[in-house]
Design a protein around this ligand. Structure first.
Ligand SMILES: [Cu+2]
Length: 298
């Protein structure tokens, strides 16, 4: 979907909430999430799982006022962004934001690219219950059709936040023996399983022949994720917020947990097919489950 983040600004209010609901595996499921101030429109409006998407600008002083409107301590960890220790949201090296409290995370993002944020309190569980979102750092000009200064331009932009869910963790309030193993039973793109992800305007890859689709991937689950775009070749152009040293052209790409990759797809003929993510067992590599959206090129 073109221009998924056309409003870019340096300052946000982000509110943690523990009273969300999202349909996961066909079941209404309690989720915890980061809400975004309503003045920012953009990616995945009104969806509580995954958390709000944020857009900021390379080189600008950025302030994220975090208000903890929930009943447990939380933080915002700015995964992959080069922030100082005070603003890194890791409790062991800084502090937590208590219930009812607030803190303004302050930083300057030095590199345009695809990033991630999540809670770092009882991380394994808070992350899984939904306290994780994406950040796009735009180049200094703020334009939304250029990956970074000197990098590729594109006509369409899509963001896939890759997620799995273990329903036996759904109602836990603290990690314990139950969270020693993660056995996912839902496999999603942007919080949606295949039937919904195939029709979701934020997840579909739609363009005309010759247009350039920029697909930002975040693997935000505890498994490896294998991405295929209907068998078409694509270029892997960026990794974890930095340009690839050399572009890789392939039709299959694997992401480890926490990794981000940016893909550039330029279809040369019309096609209507599935674009898929296979989630893989860490040890055996067996496919645990698949999520699919659509690749529609006319
Ligand atoms: Cu938390």
């Amino acid at each position: 979907m073109a221009g998924l983040g056309t409003i870019v600004k340096p300052n946000y209010t982000v509110i943690s909430r523990m009273n969300g609901t999202h349909t996961i595996g066909g079941q209404p499921t309690d989720v915890w999430y980061y809400d975004r101030d309503s003045s920012n429109q953009g990616f995945m409006d009104n969806r509580q799982f995954p958390s709000a998407h944020l857009e900021i600008i390379q080189g600008q002083a950025t302030n994220i006022l975090f208000q903890n409107m929930s009943f447990m301590p939380h933080t915002i960890h700015l995964h992959g962004l080069d922030v100082d220790q005070q603003n890194d949201g890791v409790p062991a090296t800084s502090f937590t934001v208590p219930m009812g409290g607030s803190y303004t995370y302050q930083f300057i993002a030095p590199h345009a690219g695809t990033y991630h944020y999540h809670c770092h309190v009882d991380t394994v569980l808070h992350f899984h219950r939904g306290m994780a979102g994406t950040i796009i750092v735009r180049p200094p000009s703020g334009v939304t059709n250029l990956a970074w200064d000197g990098g590729p331009t594109f006509d369409e932009e899509v963001l896939w936040h890759l997620l799995t869910f273990d329903s036996t963790w759904a109602n836990l309030y603290g990690s314990d023996l139950a969270t020693a193993r993660h056995r996912p039973d839902s496999f999603m793109i942007n919080g949606l399983s295949s039937p919904e992800a195939r029709t979701d305007p934020y997840s579909r890859l739609v363009a005309t022949v010759g247009q350039r689709i920029y697909l930002r991937l975040l693997n935000s689950c505890y498994q490896w994720a294998r991405v295929r775009l209907g068998g078409l070749p694509f270029d892997v152009v960026a990794s974890d917020g930095r340009p690839m040293q050399s572009i890789v052209t392939t039709d299959t790409w694997d992401l480890g947990p926490g990794e981000r990759y940016d893909l550039l797809l330029t279809p040369k003929a019309p096609i209507s097919t599935d674009a898929t993510v296979e989630y893989l067992d860490d040890y055996s590599g067996a496919v645990l489950g698949t999520a699919a959206s659509r690749l529609e090129i006319t």
